[in-house]
Ligand binder design. Sequence first.
Ligand code: ADP
Ligand code: MG
Length: 296
Amino acid sequence: SDLPRQDQAKEFYATYEPRDILGKGLSSTVRRVVEKANGKEYAVKIIDISGERDTCKANIETLKSDTIREVSLLRMCAGHPNIIELHDFFETPTFLFLVFELCKQGELFDYLTQEVSLSEKRTRFFMHQLFDVVNYLHGKRIVHRDLKPENILMDDNMNIKVSDFGFATVLPETERLTELLGTPGYLAPEVLVQAMNEDNDGGYGLEVDIWACGVIMFTLLCGSPPFWHRKQMYMLRDIMAGNYSFSSPLWHDVSDTPKDLISKLLVTDPAKRLTAKQALMHPFFQRDIRWSVAGI
Ligand code: ADP
Ligand code: MG
């Protein structure tokens, strides 16, 4: 919208009617809204930049610039069927409004919680779409940095919609990232190593998303994460050592092919980890006629 900023709040509320809350983050609330003109439903992420909850001006400026970056990255990805569509954006002195397509089926996280664990067939369906998105993002040198089942939404046909580009950034080929960002259980070892050695000039790159895909795939198939400890320190130590196993009885009924793929994603050396393109070519995704006949 090109209106002056003060008028954009009016325009937002004139166009959309707010309904129930769908989710809440640190500085954002996501609500269902209805477009008054046609009854169409959307989800709006409302970001509070009034400074009433956070009096530090520097934080507000960071929140604003991060959100503007999130919007520009979402626009770069417009049209991919498995990336959340940004329908509209409003900017006012106190709030930013990001209007998204509505994912009525909610988070993959909630679906998994309800199902406990997923079949190899279901996992193949979700993971193929996820690797396709990651391959697309990495082709544009976009690194997501917060892939996890809470940020993977589903549409009415159970197709995934990757969302929450709040930590995403474009990484030029000659550069490396250094910030400690993401969600603890999904952090790649090189992110932790970077954070611990301040004078380390290695940094990290796109491969962190592949590690997160490995954590997600492991979790989908057995219903619990590969790295978990009540004391977070021990969990982080296990991540850095790549210390996980398929020994739990939960893995007894899972075949070797998906385990082989996971073991090529959860590789501590990012240079030896599969790329998204290589993952898509793994035998786990090479469906042949016998599988469909057997209904696997
Ligand atoms: P945050 O950066 O605060 O984590 P998200 O973009 O991940 O914000 O949104 C928070 C939550 O709101 C999501 O985990 C999801 O439950 C819900 N949500 C976000 N976008 C949508 C959407 N388009 N449709 C349905 N629910 C959504
Ligand atoms: Mg989120």
